[in-house]
Design a protein around this ligand. Sequence first.
Ligand code: PLP
Length: 402
Amino acid sequence: MSKNNIIARGFGGDWNIDYIEQLIEDYQDSKAVESYYLCNLSDVMRKFDDWVKKLPRVKPFYAVKCNDDIGVLKTLSEIGCSFDCASASEILELKALEVESDRIIFANTTKMSSHIEVAKNNNVNLMTFDNEDELEKIKKIHSKANLILRIRYSSEKALYKLGNKFGCLPNTEASELLKLAKKFNLNVVGLSFHIGSSCEDYETYGAAIKVCRKLFDVAETIGFKFNILDIGGGFPGNNFEKIDEFASKINEYLDENFPIQEFLDLKIFSEPGRYFVESAFTLVTQIHSRKVNKDSNGVIHDVMYYLNEGVYSNFLFVPLGPEIVQPQIVKRLRSKEKYKTTIWGPTCDSTDKVCEDIEIELMNIDDVLYFLNMGAYTIPLRTPFNNLGTTKVKYFINFNDW
Ligand code: PLP
């Protein structure tokens, strides 16, 4: 069996809370002591199908950085998705899966020289930039690359903002960079932007697309005929219905600014990360220790649980952003009485706190807590702190998708 093979268990019917809890009970019988993921690969496949149907002009390049789990990469590569890589290792991961180089965009505006070399040696010829020094580097290492200029256009409403680090100013810096690229004899083929991650401020996509349309004209005056528009990532991934709203808006903005009859050769790309994977992963954890704090009358004031998972492993996104995680409790342990609760991770660090001031039932040592929508920016962010090991992924796929 090749190292790229994954084993998935088939299921019929719906992937819902009842089925997830049945799986948890099954695995609990075997006294699991480590956390693990339940991954529904059919969820990833359905997201891809939905995208292709609902955004027919926009080709998705899955952002590998969001979750480079082998099951996800293999599934997406086999159903024909393209990929956005941020590093040489990500490129090599995909090459090991025999993904063709023209299905890869190196979408990191500030790349290490050695990584540009890996891209060149693997015929990855499409890459982004947003500054003069990067152009110098690309000129030296990969002068035949096709370049995409990333402009800064961020939404204040995004949960994770990227604008202070990436992108050039569209009104001033963009034209200067295009002139320099011309002087260097480099080939700039289009524009990209990323409005920020986890963002439901769809109007900002509209405003950014409008600015790009103007810059297409500016580029032409400098001698470039653009044929790529890359609208980045940011799309929500925790709810299937949301695509209807963002797809209809984005289709409208594209048709308004880049009418299909006028832009027959235009390729429209996107770099969704969390959209594809967020809802496919459920993290199953276990309480290994507990501290019940009581007042002087012996009445429970609050409860602290210590999980086999924390912010140095799959919850690293918790201290990085504003998201609040909510544990789920299997039905048979649910009750009316709830207590103020703090959940700690397993390491010896007091910042290893998963959540606090939530109200949940009184749980016991060895009880399971599970967390839904854990597929985005979890697995690749784990650290080796306290050497707690990796998190196994158990794959599932609907019989109809086999
Ligand atoms: N593209 C680039 C260049 C990014 O930096 C990111 C996230 O940081 C993504 C795509 C994926 O974004 P999201 O997961 O919000 O779709």
